[in-house]
Design a protein around this ligand. Structure first.
Ligand SMILES: C[S@@+](CC[C@H](N)C(=O)[O-])C[C@H]1O[C@@H](n2cnc3c(N)ncnc32)[C@H](O)[C@@H]1O
Length: 512
């Protein structure tokens, strides 16, 4: 491996190591570039940047960063700090693409539509090093130019050099002031500064008010904090599947007990796959919001036929996160459990996720089944056959943007209407499957009003056999206290900036 490819040269990202503070803009300016020896000017960039660039291209072609990146790191044997650096490059440059594209466009003197897509990805990575990381300006410029020369060609490298130098002349705050100065109004400026599409900002603002989380007077401060939290990588949350593992076991393995979820823990650093309970499928990585929803459904009162004959259904189970927790709770109570999923591949994932619960169910003689069917029909196979049904509906995922860096740029406003139709049908099917006195939990990882309260209200409006139950009292923290900031009810809306969870929505409906 050449010196230029091991990621440890002075001009590489290791320049961050000794640096505690960002140096002033003048020092950070790319003027240092001229002091480089000609031999250094033609060298290649490091493996981390090269891998990050490859993933950016894959993501531009439709791949998911959370799948493409681990593969790229594995293929290139990139580990440890170099892997962390590549991860920050890809995730940061992708999340903050809205802001960086405005900066690049200003610095290049042309719209980003007029810049070749591959070159633009190189510039996004460069902009993130300059404006979002602690990479010294000279290293950021040199490495980005070296990358451009290697992957975009010599002609493009000259252009990249000019744009990167211009970007390096201003600090991030100055750039934000400059590019937001042309925004039409305060919301557009906020969208640009926090790098969200404007329609997403509008939808989140409406959701904060519509779910009763804040009043219209307070919404703007809350919205800013929410959007900023979308740009902050979440901590790794673990779930101890009850009866299979315990939070104490996870704590003994090095995790911290969660304040939020009674079955949750936080994994501070490293690969959670190193934990024995996670390897065995007795515990898993899972957002605490998802844990709270599953616990709430399991804790709800059921009466009548449903109470006499408990049987649970997860109608949209893939890849199996909530099913994993629900199945453990069900087997512990000797209650039959069915996990349904429409996609074959995702049904396979559910099967794997439930391996530990399936083994336990076999020992206990409890029925645990994975079904591969369209949930719109699966609910009609056995009308009134279930006491508790979860509809964790396919949705835009606008509540999980901090996990999926490219999602905000992929989703379109028109997706909401298509999904809302499917969501109504799935909820209707779930209600058909539910016995009298039983409950349906309708959940989304989106707070968008059109996917949440509007869906539920619309379905309920057309039926006389269902009522909405206040779900807030079912949400308790790890000390058994009611969870705060749940809005005005009866539905529950969780938020990353208030609860540290994804923005999960949950309504509980009872079948009369
Ligand atoms: C939000 S995800 C569910 C996440 C899952 N509950 C978990 O916690 O891991 C929605 C799932 O619904 C599935 N889905 C989409 N359309 C469906 C349908 N018509 N019937 C059943 N499942 C469907 C998707 O394939 C996806 O796996």
């Amino acid at each position: 491996m050449s010196d230029g490819q091991d990621g440890r040269r002075g001009g590489g990202h290791d320049g961050r190591r000794g640096e505690r503070q960002r140096p002033p803009a003048r020092e950070r300016s790319a003027q240092h570039r001229s002091s480089l020896a000609p031999s250094q000017r033609s060298r290649q960039t490091d493996l981390s940047r090269l891998a990050a660039y490859g993933v950016m291209r894959d993501v531009s072609d439709g791949a998911y960063a959370n799948l493409a990146l681990p593969k790229a790191l594995r293929d290139r044997y990139i580990h440890g700090r170099d892997a962390a650096f590549a991860t920050e490059l890809v995730y940061g440059a992708t999340r903050l693409r809205g802001l960086y594209d405005a900066v690049v466009s200003d610095a290049a003197g042309r719209s980003v539509d007029k810049i070749d897509g591959a070159v633009l990805d190189t510039l996004r990575l460069g902009a993130h090093q300059l404006l979002g990381m602690r990479v010294p300006a000279h290293a950021a410029v040199d490495e980005t130019v070296a990358l451009a020369r290697q992957v975009n060609g010599a002609g493009a490298a000259g252009f990249v050099n000019a744009v990167m130098r211009r970007i390096s002349e201003r600090e991030r705050d100055e750039w934000v002031r400059r590019v937001t100065a042309t925004a039409g109004d305060a919301l557009e400026a906020l969208a640009l500064e926090t790098s969200h599409p404007l329609w997403v900002v509008r939808a989140l603002r409406a959701a904060l008010v519509g779910h009763g989380t804040v009043t219209p007077d307070d919404v703007d401060a809350s919205l800013t904090t929410l959007l900023e939290s979308d740009n902050t990588p979440p901590l790794v949350s673990l779930v101890a599947r009850p009866g299979l593992s315990t939070v104490d076991e996870l704590v003994a393995a090095g995790a911290y007990r969660s304040d939020t979820s009674p079955v949750g823990a936080t994994w501070p650093e490293g690969d959670p796959g190193d934990i024995e309970a996670v390897r065995d499928g007795r515990a898993a990585v899972q957002d605490e919001g998802s844990q709270l929803l599953a616990l709430a459904l399991a804790a709800a009162d059921v009466t009548g036929d449903a109470a006499a004959n408990e049987r649970w259904l997860d109608l949209c189970a893939g890849p199996g996160g909530k099913a994993g927790l629900l199945a453990a709770l069900a087997v512990g109570r000797r209650i039959p459990f069915v996990a349904n999923e429409v996609s074959e591949h995702r049904a396979d994932l559910v099967w794997q996720t439930l391996a530990a619960a399936r083994a336990w169910a076999r020992e206990e003689g409890v029925d645990l089944e994975v079904l591969e069917a369209d949930g719109r029909e699966a609910g009609t196979y056995e009308p009134g056959g279930y006491s508790r049904v979860l509809v964790d509906a396919p949705c835009t995922g606008l509540g999980a943007l901090r996990r999926r860096p490219e999602a905000r740029w992929r989703r379109r406003p028109e997706d909401v209407a298509t999904l809302a139709t499917l969501q109504r049908e799935l909820l209707g099917s779930a209600l058909t499957a539910t016995a009298s006195g039983g409950v349906v939990g309708y959940a989304t990882c989106s707070p968008h009003l059109n996917e949440t309260t509007f869906v539920v209200d619309d379905v309920v409006k057309h039926r006389d056999d269902v009522e909405i139950v206040d779900a807030r009292e079912l949400f308790v923290d790890s000390a058994g206290r009611p969870l705060g900031s749940l809005g005005t009810g009866p539905s529950v809306q969780l938020w990353p900036h208030l609860h540290g969870t994804d923005a999960m929505f949950f309504t509980l409906l009872r079948k009369k």
